[in-house]
Design a protein around this ligand. Structure first.
Ligand SMILES: [Zn+2]
Length: 222
């Protein structure tokens, strides 16, 4: 019988929520996994819980607080400011190897729950220099996970080649545009929905939203 169970790496943000809708459309059984690592915004985990409750999706929170022991950065140390990367350097929100760890743990969850499919919202288009968001890394890790557990997982990356406007378009195609706009948390300052409007995450999200809505106006869609 075809294995139709999926694990979604889920933060409660725009990207992973769009991925969650994508998975719900394709797979019979979907579980969302959220990693808790003393985020600057504790709200993130609460938002992730609220979204999965609304969508009636099984949700698991894994404690990854060891990450804050490993790397001083703005997401895990509140005293540091969120800064955009300058001169090609990585942004101050960078946690080295974060996706490597998260996807490995998601793989273990998938193994234990008998799920073949793992979904992540990583994206190479706006990748801000995060090396473990690259397609080549995901393909490499997929092979490694399969070898490590003698499984045949398939890692899906629905957003890999989309820009932010196209991610909004995908949410719209999944009939999730309003849900994603109103209930997800992308803002580094913890403001749900449209966000603070000032932080780098809000700027990126809002630019994409404006671009998508302008395209829709041009095409008279929305
Ligand atoms: Zn913000």
């Amino acid at each position: 019988m075809e294995n139709n169970k999926a694990v979604v790496v889920f933060s409660g943000g725009q990207d992973s929520t769009t991925c969650l809708f994508w998975a719900l459309e394709r797979f019979d059984e979907v579980e969302a996994v959220t990693f808790h690592y003393n985020q600057r915004h504790e709200e993130e985990v609460e938002v992730a819980k609220a979204i999965t409750d609304r969508l009636n999706v099984n949700h698991r929170v894994l404690d990854m607080s060891l990450l804050s022991q490993l790397s001083p950065n703005a997401l895990t140390h509140k005293e540091m400011d969120v800064e955009e990367g300058k001169d090609g350097s990585l942004p101050s929100t960078f946690v080295p190897g974060r996706n490597l760890l998260f996807l490995s743990f998601a793989g273990i969850v998938a193994q234990q729950t008998g799920s073949k499919h793992i979904i992540t919202g990583v994206c190479e288009t706006d990748f801000s220099g995060y090396p473990d968001c690259r397609d080549v890394f995901i393909k490499s890790l997929n092979v490694t996970l399969n070898l490590s557990m003698d499984e045949s997982f398939v890692i899906h990356t629905p957003l890999m080649w989309l820009d932010k406007a196209e991610t909004w378009q995908l949410a719209d195609e999944l009939k999730a545009f309003e849900f994603v706009r109103d209930h997800t948390l992308t803002c580094y300052h913890g403001v749900i929905g449209s966000g603070c409007g000032e932080c780098p995450a809000c700027k990126l999200r809002n630019q994409g939203l404006r671009k998508y809505l302008q395209q829709c106006e041009g095409a008279d869609i929305r």
